[in-house]
Design a protein around this ligand. Structure first.
Ligand code: MN
Length: 239
């Protein structure tokens, strides 16, 4: 079984090199792997499946083309938890829950739910992921949601500026609570701290995906072997 896992692309402009690097990555990888998993924060902000912004339209087309060649599984991140069934139907991707267990020994998560030291964030997360808030926001016009989305981003940047980096990392106890002992590989993103960690006193490897910027990141699974790859967006794949 060959799979790739990626997250935190934060796409916001179909004209920039992250989008073109992602498109090239999907084109090449969809020919060689069995499944593609995107573990959240694919876009910088998703305000509803009726979004008709340039990035929303370009992304829809790209995913539709790719999903015809290779199954794509999409998990919500903290920026794009409003991806819903309409988007899945339009693009051919399959929305997956967070956390998700694969093959009984691999767990996937975006990662934000594990940042339990950041209690203010967890409170806000509870509200934003609740049906009441989501119904209310989705009842607003697209233009109203665009304004709201920008405000939410600005607020998040201002809040995070005052937080220590330890608070914004995943919590070891939360990870231990999540993972059953049979789990050997845990893959998540969100923290933008790519790396491979051995979880103390157990036979579990935690692989943290990186955010896409000057470089792209992915975790590649070939049967029982997992590797973390960082690559130059312009040169790794032929565009
Ligand atoms: Mn995130």
């Amino acid at each position: 079984m060959q799979r790739i896992f990626l997250s935190d692309l934060h796409l916001d402009d179909p004209k920039n090199n992250i989008f073109s690097g992602f498109a090239a990555c999907l084109k090449a990888e969809s020919k060689q792997v069995d499944e593609i998993y995107i573990l959240g924060d694919l876009v910088e902000m998703w305000i509803g499946d009726d979004d008709d912004s340039p990035i929303a339209l370009a992304l829809t087309e790209l995913l539709l083309t790719t999903s015809k060649r290779c199954p794509i599984f999409l998990m919500h991140g903290n920026r794009d938890f409003l991806f819903a069934s309409k988007f899945a139907n339009k693009t051919g991707v399959t929305l997956i829950s967070d956390p998700l267990t694969l093959d009984q020994n691999i767990v996937l998560s975006h990662g934000d739910a594990l940042c339990t030291d950041d209690s203010a964030y967890q409170e806000m997360r509870k509200v934003l992921r609740g049906q009441t808030w989501q119904n209310e926001i989705l009842s607003k016009s697209l233009a109203e949601r665009q304004v709201f989305g920008k405000g939410l981003r600005a607020e998040s940047i201002a809040n995070n500026a005052n937080k220590s980096s330890a608070i914004m990392d995943v919590n070891a106890e939360a990870i231990a609570d999540l993972l059953e002992t049979k789990i050997t590989t845990f893959i998540h993103g969100h923290t933008h701290r790519p790396g491979i960690h051995q979880i103390a006193e157990r036979d579990t490897t935690r692989i943290v995906l990186g955010d896409w910027g000057p470089c792209g990141w992915l975790c590649r699974q070939v049967d029982d072997t997992f590797s973390l790859e960082c690559f130059n967006l312009a040169h790794r794949y032929e565009i």
